[in-house]
Design a protein around this ligand. Sequence first.
Ligand code: BTN
Length: 330
Amino acid sequence: MSARDKIFNALINNRDDYISGGQMAADFGISRNAVWKNVKSLQEQGYVIEAVTNKGYRLVKCPDILSPELIKKELNPALSGPDIEVRAEVTSTNTVLKETASLHPDKDYLLVAGRQTMGRGRLGRKFYSPDGDGVYFSLLLHPKLTGAESQYLTTAIAAAVAKAIEKVCGFNAVIKWVNDIFVNGKKVCGILTEAVIDFETAGLEYAIVGTGINITTPKDGYPDEIKDVAGALYEHGKAIPGVRNSLVAATINYFYEYYEKLAEKPFLEEYKKRSFLIGESVKVIGNIAAPDDYYEARVLDIDNDLRLVIETPDGGIKTLMTGEVSIRKI
Ligand code: BTN
Protein backbone atom coordinates (compact mmCIF):
# COMPACT_ATOMS: atom_id res chain seq x y z
CA MET A 1 0.00 0.00 0.00
CA SER A 2 1.34 3.44 -0.92
CA ALA A 3 2.01 6.11 1.74
CA ARG A 4 -0.88 8.08 0.27
CA ASP A 5 -3.27 5.14 0.75
CA LYS A 6 -2.01 4.64 4.33
CA ILE A 7 -2.57 8.30 5.17
CA PHE A 8 -5.98 8.24 3.51
CA ASN A 9 -7.00 5.15 5.49
CA ALA A 10 -5.75 6.68 8.74
CA LEU A 11 -7.77 9.83 8.08
CA ILE A 12 -10.93 8.04 7.05
CA ASN A 13 -10.76 5.60 9.95
CA ASN A 14 -10.53 8.52 12.41
CA ARG A 15 -12.98 10.85 10.76
CA ASP A 16 -14.04 12.60 13.97
CA ASP A 17 -10.54 13.10 15.37
CA TYR A 18 -7.28 14.79 14.48
CA ILE A 19 -4.25 12.64 13.77
CA SER A 20 -0.89 14.25 14.16
CA GLY A 21 1.50 14.44 11.21
CA GLY A 22 4.28 13.17 13.49
CA GLN A 23 2.25 10.11 14.44
CA MET A 24 1.53 9.23 10.81
CA ALA A 25 5.17 9.84 9.87
CA ALA A 26 6.31 7.43 12.61
CA ASP A 27 3.60 4.84 11.84
CA PHE A 28 4.30 4.79 8.11
CA GLY A 29 8.09 5.27 8.22
CA ILE A 30 8.10 8.51 6.24
CA SER A 31 9.04 12.13 6.97
CA ARG A 32 6.55 14.76 8.20
CA ASN A 33 7.16 16.57 4.95
CA ALA A 34 6.12 13.46 3.01
CA VAL A 35 2.93 13.29 5.10
CA TRP A 36 2.18 16.91 4.24
CA LYS A 37 2.83 16.34 0.53
CA ASN A 38 0.42 13.38 0.47
CA VAL A 39 -2.22 15.34 2.38
CA LYS A 40 -1.86 18.12 -0.20
CA SER A 41 -2.33 15.66 -3.04
CA LEU A 42 -5.54 14.37 -1.41
CA GLN A 43 -6.74 17.97 -0.98
CA GLU A 44 -6.06 18.60 -4.66
CA GLN A 45 -8.35 15.65 -5.45
CA GLY A 46 -11.16 17.37 -3.57
CA TYR A 47 -10.85 15.87 -0.07
CA VAL A 48 -11.38 18.60 2.51
CA ILE A 49 -8.70 18.00 5.14
CA GLU A 50 -8.32 20.42 8.01
CA ALA A 51 -4.78 21.04 9.28
CA VAL A 52 -4.55 22.52 12.80
CA THR A 53 -1.25 23.34 14.49
CA ASN A 54 -0.50 21.09 17.48
CA LYS A 55 -3.49 18.87 16.66
CA GLY A 56 -2.81 17.46 13.19
CA TYR A 57 -5.05 16.55 10.30
CA ARG A 58 -8.76 15.76 10.15
CA LEU A 59 -10.82 14.59 7.18
CA VAL A 60 -13.85 16.86 6.97
CA LYS A 61 -15.42 15.95 3.64
CA CYS A 62 -14.97 13.43 0.86
CA PRO A 63 -15.72 14.63 -2.67
CA ASP A 64 -18.22 12.79 -4.79
CA ILE A 65 -15.50 11.28 -6.89
CA LEU A 66 -14.96 7.70 -7.85
CA SER A 67 -11.96 6.53 -5.96
CA PRO A 68 -10.27 3.16 -5.45
CA GLU A 69 -9.60 4.07 -1.81
CA LEU A 70 -13.26 4.78 -1.10
CA ILE A 71 -14.35 1.59 -2.85
CA LYS A 72 -11.77 -0.44 -0.90
CA LYS A 73 -12.88 1.19 2.33
CA GLU A 74 -16.35 -0.33 1.90
CA LEU A 75 -15.20 -3.75 0.79
CA ASN A 76 -15.63 -6.66 3.15
CA PRO A 77 -12.24 -6.83 4.97
CA ALA A 78 -12.31 -10.64 4.85
CA LEU A 79 -12.45 -10.53 1.06
CA SER A 80 -9.35 -11.28 -0.93
CA GLY A 81 -10.99 -9.37 -3.73
CA PRO A 82 -9.74 -7.80 -6.93
CA ASP A 83 -7.09 -5.17 -7.51
CA ILE A 84 -8.95 -1.95 -8.28
CA GLU A 85 -8.35 0.76 -10.84
CA VAL A 86 -10.53 3.81 -11.42
CA ARG A 87 -10.39 5.87 -14.61
CA ALA A 88 -12.36 8.99 -15.43
CA GLU A 89 -13.04 7.87 -19.00
CA VAL A 90 -12.52 4.76 -21.07
CA THR A 91 -13.88 3.44 -24.36
CA SER A 92 -15.50 0.52 -22.60
CA THR A 93 -14.42 -1.11 -19.35
CA ASN A 94 -15.04 -4.53 -20.92
CA THR A 95 -12.96 -3.67 -23.99
CA VAL A 96 -10.06 -2.24 -21.98
CA LEU A 97 -9.96 -5.32 -19.72
CA LYS A 98 -10.06 -7.63 -22.74
CA GLU A 99 -7.10 -5.77 -24.26
CA THR A 100 -5.12 -5.91 -21.00
CA ALA A 101 -6.22 -9.30 -19.61
CA SER A 102 -2.73 -10.74 -20.10
CA LEU A 103 -1.34 -8.20 -17.60
CA HIS A 104 -3.44 -9.82 -14.87
CA PRO A 105 -2.95 -13.54 -15.46
CA ASP A 106 -3.79 -14.68 -11.92
CA LYS A 107 -5.38 -11.91 -9.92
CA ASP A 108 -8.94 -10.64 -10.27
CA TYR A 109 -9.03 -7.05 -11.50
CA LEU A 110 -11.76 -4.44 -11.25
CA LEU A 111 -11.81 -1.51 -13.66
CA VAL A 112 -14.24 1.27 -12.79
CA ALA A 113 -14.99 4.29 -14.98
CA GLY A 114 -17.03 7.45 -14.71
CA ARG A 115 -17.72 7.57 -18.43
CA GLN A 116 -17.52 5.29 -21.46
CA THR A 117 -17.20 6.65 -24.96
CA MET A 118 -17.99 3.28 -26.57
CA GLY A 119 -19.99 1.44 -23.93
CA ARG A 120 -21.22 -1.88 -25.24
CA GLY A 121 -24.48 -3.69 -24.54
CA ARG A 122 -25.73 -7.18 -25.34
CA LEU A 123 -26.42 -8.27 -28.91
CA GLY A 124 -24.00 -5.69 -30.32
CA ARG A 125 -25.98 -2.75 -28.98
CA LYS A 126 -24.44 0.42 -27.55
CA PHE A 127 -24.70 1.16 -23.85
CA TYR A 128 -25.28 4.84 -23.17
CA SER A 129 -22.67 5.81 -20.57
CA PRO A 130 -22.54 9.58 -20.01
CA ASP A 131 -20.19 11.34 -17.63
CA GLY A 132 -21.34 11.87 -14.05
CA ASP A 133 -24.69 10.11 -14.47
CA GLY A 134 -23.61 6.52 -14.05
CA VAL A 135 -20.95 4.11 -12.94
CA TYR A 136 -19.47 1.55 -15.31
CA PHE A 137 -17.34 -1.31 -14.06
CA SER A 138 -15.94 -4.62 -15.23
CA LEU A 139 -14.47 -7.45 -13.25
CA LEU A 140 -11.80 -9.67 -14.78
CA LEU A 141 -11.99 -13.17 -13.30
CA HIS A 142 -10.25 -16.49 -13.80
CA PRO A 143 -12.98 -18.86 -12.71
CA LYS A 144 -12.72 -22.61 -12.70
CA LEU A 145 -15.95 -23.11 -14.59
CA THR A 146 -17.04 -24.86 -17.72
CA GLY A 147 -18.27 -22.72 -20.60
CA ALA A 148 -21.86 -23.71 -19.74
CA GLU A 149 -21.46 -22.69 -16.10
CA SER A 150 -20.11 -19.28 -17.09
CA GLN A 151 -23.66 -17.94 -17.45
CA TYR A 152 -23.86 -18.15 -13.63
CA LEU A 153 -21.48 -15.18 -13.50
CA THR A 154 -24.13 -12.99 -15.11
CA THR A 155 -26.89 -14.25 -12.85
CA ALA A 156 -24.74 -13.85 -9.75
CA ILE A 157 -23.83 -10.26 -10.59
CA ALA A 158 -27.48 -9.44 -11.39
CA ALA A 159 -28.54 -10.69 -7.94
CA ALA A 160 -25.58 -8.86 -6.37
CA VAL A 161 -26.37 -5.51 -8.07
CA ALA A 162 -30.04 -5.74 -7.10
CA LYS A 163 -29.11 -6.41 -3.47
CA ALA A 164 -26.54 -3.60 -3.56
CA ILE A 165 -29.10 -1.07 -4.87
CA GLU A 166 -31.46 -2.03 -2.11
CA LYS A 167 -28.80 -1.84 0.60
CA VAL A 168 -27.17 1.42 -0.51
CA CYS A 169 -30.16 3.34 -1.92
CA GLY A 170 -33.13 1.63 -0.26
CA PHE A 171 -34.97 1.01 -3.57
CA ASN A 172 -36.69 -2.21 -4.52
CA ALA A 173 -34.59 -3.53 -7.38
CA VAL A 174 -36.01 -6.33 -9.50
CA ILE A 175 -34.55 -8.47 -12.25
CA LYS A 176 -35.87 -8.92 -15.76
CA TRP A 177 -34.68 -12.30 -16.99
CA VAL A 178 -31.94 -12.64 -17.75
CA ASN A 179 -29.79 -9.72 -16.68
CA ASP A 180 -31.51 -6.34 -16.61
CA ILE A 181 -32.17 -4.59 -13.32
CA PHE A 182 -35.27 -2.47 -13.00
CA VAL A 183 -36.30 0.11 -10.40
CA ASN A 184 -39.76 1.73 -10.53
CA GLY A 185 -40.49 0.11 -13.91
CA LYS A 186 -37.34 1.41 -15.65
CA LYS A 187 -34.10 -0.33 -16.56
CA VAL A 188 -31.37 1.12 -14.37
CA CYS A 189 -28.63 -1.43 -14.96
CA GLY A 190 -27.35 -3.66 -17.75
CA ILE A 191 -24.82 -6.47 -17.58
CA LEU A 192 -22.53 -7.81 -20.28
CA THR A 193 -20.47 -10.93 -19.58
CA GLU A 194 -17.78 -11.99 -22.02
CA ALA A 195 -15.64 -15.08 -21.70
CA VAL A 196 -12.63 -16.55 -23.43
CA ILE A 197 -12.58 -20.34 -23.58
CA ASP A 198 -9.38 -22.33 -23.40
CA PHE A 199 -9.92 -24.95 -26.11
CA GLU A 200 -7.42 -27.38 -24.60
CA THR A 201 -9.22 -27.68 -21.29
CA ALA A 202 -12.70 -26.56 -22.48
CA GLY A 203 -12.71 -24.36 -19.37
CA LEU A 204 -12.61 -20.60 -19.16
CA GLU A 205 -9.34 -18.78 -19.70
CA TYR A 206 -10.93 -15.70 -18.23
CA ALA A 207 -14.24 -13.93 -17.99
CA ILE A 208 -15.16 -10.26 -17.88
CA VAL A 209 -18.35 -9.28 -16.13
CA GLY A 210 -19.34 -5.72 -17.04
CA THR A 211 -22.00 -3.74 -15.22
CA GLY A 212 -23.40 -0.30 -15.98
CA ILE A 213 -25.65 1.41 -13.44
CA ASN A 214 -27.59 4.57 -14.31
CA ILE A 215 -27.27 6.69 -11.18
CA THR A 216 -28.95 9.93 -12.27
CA THR A 217 -31.07 10.84 -15.29
CA PRO A 218 -28.97 12.83 -17.78
CA LYS A 219 -29.63 16.58 -17.75
CA ASP A 220 -31.24 16.45 -21.21
CA GLY A 221 -32.90 13.07 -20.71
CA TYR A 222 -32.08 9.77 -22.42
CA PRO A 223 -31.65 9.49 -26.20
CA ASP A 224 -34.88 8.73 -28.09
CA GLU A 225 -34.02 5.11 -28.80
CA ILE A 226 -33.83 4.17 -25.11
CA LYS A 227 -35.99 6.77 -23.41
CA ASP A 228 -39.03 4.49 -22.99
CA VAL A 229 -37.05 1.82 -21.17
CA ALA A 230 -34.07 3.49 -19.50
CA GLY A 231 -34.26 5.08 -16.08
CA ALA A 232 -31.96 6.00 -13.25
CA LEU A 233 -31.88 5.64 -9.49
CA TYR A 234 -32.10 9.40 -8.88
CA GLU A 235 -33.13 12.53 -10.73
CA HIS A 236 -30.35 14.63 -12.21
CA GLY A 237 -28.20 16.23 -9.51
CA LYS A 238 -30.05 14.45 -6.68
CA ALA A 239 -27.83 11.43 -6.01
CA ILE A 240 -26.51 10.89 -2.52
CA PRO A 241 -22.79 11.79 -2.40
CA GLY A 242 -20.47 8.81 -2.71
CA VAL A 243 -23.21 6.51 -3.97
CA ARG A 244 -21.16 5.31 -6.96
CA ASN A 245 -18.30 4.04 -4.78
CA SER A 246 -20.78 2.47 -2.35
CA LEU A 247 -22.71 0.68 -5.11
CA VAL A 248 -19.55 -0.73 -6.67
CA ALA A 249 -18.28 -1.92 -3.28
CA ALA A 250 -21.60 -3.47 -2.21
CA THR A 251 -21.97 -5.23 -5.58
CA ILE A 252 -18.46 -6.68 -5.28
CA ASN A 253 -19.10 -7.78 -1.68
CA TYR A 254 -22.32 -9.60 -2.59
CA PHE A 255 -20.89 -11.02 -5.80
CA TYR A 256 -17.91 -12.62 -4.06
CA GLU A 257 -20.22 -14.26 -1.51
CA TYR A 258 -21.71 -16.12 -4.47
CA TYR A 259 -18.53 -16.47 -6.47
CA GLU A 260 -16.80 -18.67 -3.91
CA LYS A 261 -19.28 -21.48 -4.62
CA LEU A 262 -20.63 -20.40 -7.97
CA ALA A 263 -21.11 -23.89 -9.44
CA GLU A 264 -23.58 -24.62 -6.60
CA LYS A 265 -25.71 -21.66 -7.76
CA PRO A 266 -25.98 -19.93 -4.37
CA PHE A 267 -27.56 -16.88 -6.06
CA LEU A 268 -30.58 -18.80 -7.35
CA GLU A 269 -33.02 -18.07 -4.52
CA GLU A 270 -32.24 -14.32 -4.51
CA TYR A 271 -32.39 -14.20 -8.31
CA LYS A 272 -35.78 -15.90 -8.48
CA LYS A 273 -37.18 -13.86 -5.60
CA ARG A 274 -36.40 -10.66 -7.54
CA SER A 275 -37.42 -11.91 -11.00
CA PHE A 276 -40.49 -9.90 -11.82
CA LEU A 277 -41.49 -11.80 -14.95
CA ILE A 278 -42.61 -14.85 -12.96
CA GLY A 279 -46.41 -14.98 -13.04
CA GLU A 280 -46.64 -12.31 -15.77
CA SER A 281 -47.99 -12.44 -19.32
CA VAL A 282 -45.29 -11.71 -21.87
CA LYS A 283 -44.61 -11.40 -25.58
CA VAL A 284 -41.94 -13.82 -26.75
CA ILE A 285 -40.00 -12.39 -29.68
CA GLY A 286 -37.90 -14.94 -31.52
CA ASN A 287 -36.08 -12.47 -33.75
CA ILE A 288 -35.12 -9.08 -32.33
CA ALA A 289 -35.02 -7.66 -35.87
CA ALA A 290 -38.72 -8.49 -36.25
CA PRO A 291 -40.30 -7.43 -32.95
CA ASP A 292 -43.83 -7.60 -34.40
CA ASP A 293 -43.43 -11.31 -34.94
CA TYR A 294 -44.20 -12.66 -31.46
CA TYR A 295 -46.39 -15.01 -29.49
CA GLU A 296 -47.92 -14.50 -26.09
CA ALA A 297 -47.23 -16.69 -23.09
CA ARG A 298 -47.35 -16.73 -19.31
CA VAL A 299 -44.14 -17.08 -17.33
CA LEU A 300 -44.46 -19.92 -14.83
CA ASP A 301 -40.97 -20.07 -13.38
CA ILE A 302 -37.21 -19.88 -13.85
CA ASP A 303 -35.80 -23.37 -13.56
CA ASN A 304 -32.57 -24.47 -11.90
CA ASP A 305 -30.73 -24.13 -15.21
CA LEU A 306 -31.89 -20.50 -15.41
CA ARG A 307 -34.27 -21.18 -18.27
CA LEU A 308 -37.56 -19.33 -18.44
CA VAL A 309 -40.49 -21.76 -18.10
CA ILE A 310 -43.50 -20.50 -20.02
CA GLU A 311 -47.01 -21.67 -20.77
CA THR A 312 -48.26 -20.98 -24.29
CA PRO A 313 -51.95 -20.15 -24.96
CA ASP A 314 -52.63 -23.75 -26.07
CA GLY A 315 -51.51 -24.98 -22.64
CA GLY A 316 -48.11 -26.21 -23.79
CA ILE A 317 -45.07 -25.80 -21.52
CA LYS A 318 -41.78 -24.57 -23.01
CA THR A 319 -38.39 -23.67 -21.61
CA LEU A 320 -36.44 -20.80 -23.12
CA MET A 321 -32.70 -20.41 -22.95
CA THR A 322 -30.98 -17.10 -22.33
CA GLY A 323 -30.03 -15.32 -25.54
CA GLU A 324 -32.59 -17.29 -27.51
CA VAL A 325 -35.48 -14.82 -27.34
CA SER A 326 -36.44 -11.35 -26.27
CA ILE A 327 -39.20 -11.01 -23.68
CA ARG A 328 -41.53 -8.01 -23.28
CA LYS A 329 -43.96 -7.73 -20.43
CA ILE A 330 -47.55 -7.17 -21.64
C1 BTN B 1 -27.08 -4.39 -21.84
O1 BTN B 1 -27.95 -3.87 -21.15
O2 BTN B 1 -27.25 -4.68 -23.03
C2 BTN B 1 -25.74 -4.65 -21.21
C3 BTN B 1 -25.03 -3.39 -20.87
C4 BTN B 1 -23.69 -3.60 -20.19
C5 BTN B 1 -22.99 -2.30 -19.93
C6 BTN B 1 -21.74 -2.46 -19.13
S1 BTN B 1 -21.10 -0.91 -18.61
C7 BTN B 1 -19.61 -1.64 -18.14
C8 BTN B 1 -19.27 -2.66 -19.18
N1 BTN B 1 -18.57 -2.05 -20.29
C9 BTN B 1 -19.27 -2.08 -21.41
O3 BTN B 1 -18.91 -1.62 -22.49
N2 BTN B 1 -20.44 -2.70 -21.20
C10 BTN B 1 -20.59 -3.14 -19.85
